[in-house]
Design a protein around this ligand. Sequence first.
Ligand SMILES: Nc1ncnc2c1ncn2[C@@H]1O[C@H](COP(=O)(O)OP(=O)(O)O)[C@@H](O)[C@H]1O
Ligand SMILES: [Mg+2]
Length: 372
Amino acid sequence: MKKKIRVGILFGGKSAEHEVSLQSAKNVYDAIDREKYEPVLIGIDKSGRWLLSDNESRFLLNADNPRLIRLNASSDEVALVPQSRGAIANLSEMKSDNFIDVVFPILHGPFGEDGTVQGLLKLADIPFVGAGVLASAAGMDKDVMKRLFRDAGLPIGKFRSLRFSEKIPPFREICAELGTPVFIKPANMGSSVGVSKVRNETEYHAALESAFEYDTKVLIEEFVPGRELECSVLGSAFDTSHKGGKIEASVPGEVKSHHEFYSYDAKYIDENGAALIIPADIPGETAERIRELAIKVFETICCEGLARVDFFMKDDGAILVNEINTMPGFTRISMYPKLWEASGISYTQLIDRLIQLALVRFEKEKELKTSV
Ligand SMILES: Nc1ncnc2c1ncn2[C@@H]1O[C@H](COP(=O)(O)OP(=O)(O)O)[C@@H](O)[C@H]1O
Ligand SMILES: [Mg+2]
């Protein structure tokens, strides 16, 4: 019998999306092709400890309740050993006979989607699913991301960034430059944490204060009125089954938020906070344009594996890129896999494709010389 590939599912993490990640991990664990893969669950608790779960019934508490779901903290603490090709050492017993072949980091936001975990996995010399260090970091920092988009000629809204050490520009200067209202958000965050819509000077100062609680750099953006459309991208520049790589885009979907904007509450707290419309009810040529732009966005930040690219569609039909998410929500009912399902790729197939892409990239990078 062919040896199964051991897939380390890394999930949880120090992030506002911890619970979403638990849900995603559970869904991936349940759906992964067991003929081919042997999943190993590694949960990261909210303080950042890595916990190995050897028994599937133990790894989550209240697994079926999205509100109460929790990581079971009684598991063994583990660490990845640098340059070990995937050895995970059990810190309490220091036994390093636990090897994994590839990691699926289902982590969102800072410490997971921002290149930090990706850097650790690179040092540990282990293949992993999704974007590398550069694309993860560039996709996480909305200021750097937008500057790369602008350089690539992608359509984006007006914005400026502000460091915590800079003088706060007067509100009227912002209005003259960006109009009103404006959106203020931390540069490195997700899940709409710290995001505010600002209409006047009082809100302006409150919004800056709130955004600076999460990051040392914030973005101030012109308000883009319109619909919110999302597109899933899958593929790799390393996929040599096609010349130049193979990167595909799904049918676009729409998020209809029932709140003033697609806020944290609309995303996670309010059950009826938003509706996902799949596929989006838009003209064929608009869908085509979104797919083309989504792939271009993916390539612009040198992304790998997967990403969800989010857009605004203005009333006149103009499309602007909002952002790229290099590790989008990955539960069975999340937009990313749902859009693929609507495009003919099942959840189980998607997991398989992503793991295979991780292995292909790793092998190619292994061929590179590290010295003269
Ligand atoms: N410039 C903007 N114009 C209009 N709505 C915006 C703008 N920026 C953000 N929003 C709203 O806030 C939500 C969250 O902002 P986003 O930039 O996507 O941050 P996050 O990474 O937290 O998802 C968006 O989905 C949208 O509803
Ligand atoms: Mg967003």
